[in-house]
Design a protein around this ligand. Structure first.
Ligand SMILES: C[S@@+](CC[C@H](N)C(=O)[O-])C[C@H]1O[C@@H](n2cnc3c(N)ncnc32)[C@H](O)[C@@H]1O
Length: 207
């Protein structure tokens, strides 16, 4: 099949996708919001007044949802390589989370305080070469874990996206060494033919 008809098939599936329609109806910028909503509903994670850092946040669907949940007493720093249109109660930072300068801006934003949650829906540009994609995704997860180890409150939580495979399993083992409880989440809005999964890790082991 040519690349062009692949693209046409993807587009046809995308416009028929119930989560795409639902996102449009509710004014959300992405269908990804329903993945976070389901995980949040199951575990009662997001609460009024929380302070949160979100890595890989464009176009801002999760930001919209988190902003509603944390309210005007909460704070959210949303970071992405790409620009993010303004969202109420959200501070936006455009940059690459793998760069030290961006990490320093995050710590500056936190102003010496620890945060309630680190969220990462980050995904690398997919090359189609499985081992490369797995390694790139694992690197981004490593950055999310490192951010949590530096900036998360002991009772806080980390939620990150990964792609099931050997690299992912290794990084889950690493996460389990740092958190008291972990669970693998596969929300309904995450396509069943994708190996995308989320890892929810709660309660940092500090000693
Ligand atoms: C699936 S999208 C996030 C969608 C978002 N959760 C939403 O609901 O709108 C993944 C994002 O990760 C970002 N990303 C990938 N690598 C990154 C990096 N090194 N630094 C910052 N953002 C990155 C991409 O630019 C992309 O916008």
């Amino acid at each position: 099949m040519s690349k062009r008809s692949n693209k046409k098939n993807w587009f046809a599936k995308h416009v028929q996708d119930p989560y795409v329609k639902k996102a449009q109806q509710h004014g959300y910028r992405s269908r990804a919001v329903f993945k976070l909503e389901e995980i949040d509903r199951r575990h009662q994670l997001l609460k009024n007044g929380m302070t949160i850092i979100e890595l890989g946040a464009a176009p801002g669907g999760w930001c919209q949802y988190v902003s509603q949940k944390i309210g005007s007493d909460g704070r959210l720093l949303a970071i992405d390589l790409l620009p993010i249109d303004p969202v109420k109660n959200v501070d936006v930072l455009q940059g690459d989370v793998t760069e030290m300068a961006v990490f320093e801006q995050m710590t500056g934003w936190a102003a010496g305080q620890k945060v309630d949650a680190v969220l990462s829906d980050m995904a690398p540009d997919i090359t189609g070469v499985r081992s490369t994609d797995q390694a790139r995704s694992a690197y981004l997860i490593d950055i999310a874990i490192d951010t949590a180890l530096n900036l998360l409150k002991p009772e806080g939580f980390l939620l990150y996206k990964g792609f099931n495979g050997q690299e992912f399993q290794n990084i889950v083992k690493q996460t389990r060494r740092n958190f008291k409880t972990t669970s693998i989440e596969k929300p309904k809005a995450s396509r069943s033919n994708s190996n995308e999964v989320y890892l929810l890790a709660r309660q940092l082991i500090t000693s």
